[in-house]
Write a new protein. Structure first.
Length: 367
């Protein structure tokens, strides 16, 4: 049973045309036959877990959902709308890569009530795109965004911070170009080099030299300052949007709203219990699911951690309802006096100037 509040839905599409060398997500290349089989299983899962609660956001992520054919994506949306009470004003997002965006797909997505695109640009530097194994170049990325804007007002773009030879000035140039095309939201992710990726081996053998930690932080801060000067709000540590174009789906995660996850390795969160689907196709077909009931302490930690990552902050009353008076924490007054924390009425905020050390600060504020 769900509560009476509106929920979110996440759907994972694990397929890609080519694995990027930095990617550690559960994604892989597959034949059309495998995609068809996966969509069939996915639709059965969607149907089997139907609830009457209203759905306020839907997010199709991956992998690369845009590799699906029009008929495959339509089948998924038929299953959703036939089994769930989707709000008329629901935010419905699909992730897409420039190389797999076509006019026909854009038309189909719009007809399916998709109203937000998240495009994996990552960089507009030709050499960077080639070195991280992206299948698009600068020209293709800009062309596809321009075409997408003819169908969708709400377009988001991803940028990676920390790529080899990409300074803050380079990132600001990328962002400026994207904003001039009408992009409303930009997600800025720090490059992470994971083991068992091609990039890890390249870095290990000195064949790829990402920015140092200090250089990455400097580049991010310069980009953040530029985006805010352009009128965007930094509503979460890594996300910037013009007012009214914040990702409602992601805000639901950060505010600990409930959500259902469908597909390979997808997560769900209901009544303080986290569920996770299997990471393998075999396990997913066999309906293997892991679950974890969060303790009171874990709930409290999430409230603080997620809230201080966001512009909305944390309610002190909410913390007290969880039997924690954060004002009694030995570090609270120190951080407040130093301007690291700010308070307004009942809410506590982390000064954005200290986002780069947020993990340490948040850790110090936990009970």
């Amino acid at each position: 049973m769900m509560n009476n509040n509106a929920i979110s839905i996440y759907i994972h599409i694990p397929f890609c045309e080519q694995k990027c060398n930095y990617c550690a997500f559960n994604s892989f290349c597959a034949s059309e036959k495998v995609k068809d089989e996966y969509v069939d299983i996915l639709c059965k899962e969607i149907e089997s877990r139907k609830v009457g609660t209203k759905v306020k956001t839907i997010y199709i992520g991956g992998g690369t959902p845009s590799v699906l054919s029009e008929s495959q994506i339509e089948k998924i949306f038929d299953a959703i709308f036939e089994n769930y009470n989707v709000a008329r004003d629901a935010e419905i997002t699909v992730e897409a890569n420039p190389n797999s965006i076509t006019k026909n797909k854009l038309k189909k997505w719009k007809s399916l009530k998709i109203n937000r695109l998240s495009i994996g640009v990552q960089s507009l530097n030709e050499e960077s795109l080639r070195k991280i194994s992206r299948l698009h170049d600068r020209e293709m990325a800009l062309e596809k965004i321009e075409i997408a804007k003819k169908y969708f007002e709400n377009v988001s773009a991803d940028l990676i911070v920390g790529l080899e030879n990409e300074s803050g000035d380079n990132l600001c140039e990328h962002a400026d170009t994207l904003l001039k095309l009408g992009v409303k939201h930009i997600s800025c992710y720090l490059l992470e080099v994971y083991e068992n990726t091609k990039l890890f081996e390249l870095v290990k053998n000195n064949k790829y030299l990402p920015l140092s930690d200090d250089e990455t932080i400097d580049a991010f801060e310069k980009l953040a300052e530029f985006l805010e000067e352009c009128g965007m709000q930094r509503y979460e540590i890594s996300n910037f949007a013009f007012p009214g174009f914040e990702s409602k789906h992601n805000l639901n995660y950060w505010q600990r709203g409930e959500y259902l996850g469908f597909g390979l390795s997808a997560h769900s969160f209901v009544k303080n219990v986290r569920f996770k689907n299997a990471d393998t196709l075999t396990g997913y077909k066999n309906h293997e699911i892991q679950s974890e009931k969060l303790s009171g302490g874990e709930v409290l930690e999430e409230i603080i951690m997620l809230g201080l990552r966001c512009r909305i902050g944390v309610s002190l009353k909410d913390l007290k309802r969880k039997n924690y008076d954060i004002q009694t924490n030995a570090n609270f007054k120190k951080y407040l006096d130093l301007g690291i924390l700010n308070m307004k009425n009942d809410r506590l905020f982390l000064n954005p100037k200290f986002y780069d050390v947020s993990n340490t600060i948040i850790s110090d504020l936990l009970p």
